[in-house]
Write a protein that binds this ligand. Sequence first.
Ligand code: TPP
Ligand code: MG
Length: 193
Amino acid sequence: MLRIDALKAIYPELEHCIVVTIMGAVAAELYSLGHRHNFFYLEHAMGLASSMGLGIALSLPGHPVVVLDGDGSLLMNLGTLSTMARYQPGNLLHIVFDNESLLSVGGFPTATAVHTDLAGIAQASGIPRVARANTPEELQAGVRAALASHTLTTCVSKVEAIGPKTFAMDLPLLENRFQFKRYLETLRQPGRS
Ligand SMILES: Cc1ncc(C[n+]2csc(CCOP(=O)(O)OP(=O)(O)O)c2C)c(N)n1
Ligand SMILES: [Mg+2]
């Protein structure tokens, strides 16, 4: 499956979620579908989108948080799975697009191209719900099921190592940061959990 098709399938579900993506191709693809103030594209800090999502999920337990991760990024921060499993926020959904490649920097095979199974590592780390979704329909159903389960979920989606035509985003990091911060502040208003 193409990741852009996977993103199109879940884009409507993301409307009501706090969304944190890794940098590069997936950020550009999500942005190309239509930016929202609840989307934060974590540029530069490779591997840490799931850590940021975990912190947000723990501090805003009444709001669903979706992290869009990559195989190379997760492999750089495998400890995040243990930390997520330790604190288990039920409002966190961790989607890993595994294209077996460091696509955004030119395309170099990662360990998942040979022996490494990220869903297996997630399971062994203690993530209570681990899913695999390899078609847009499976991913859409998986996202709905994960959000309805109120249980920490890691969902690994194998995708082709094909990215967007352009990585250009008319949204500087600081602008995104302030927009997103203000969005999170609206969720903290009295009467909202
Ligand atoms: C610490 C660090 N090392 C390397 C990079 C360069 N870099 C940016 S994106 C990327 C690849 C990310 O791979 P993956 O998470 O699999 O996502 P994909 O590009 O395949 O969508 C790399 C190596 C970086 N930004 N930070
Ligand atoms: Mg990759």
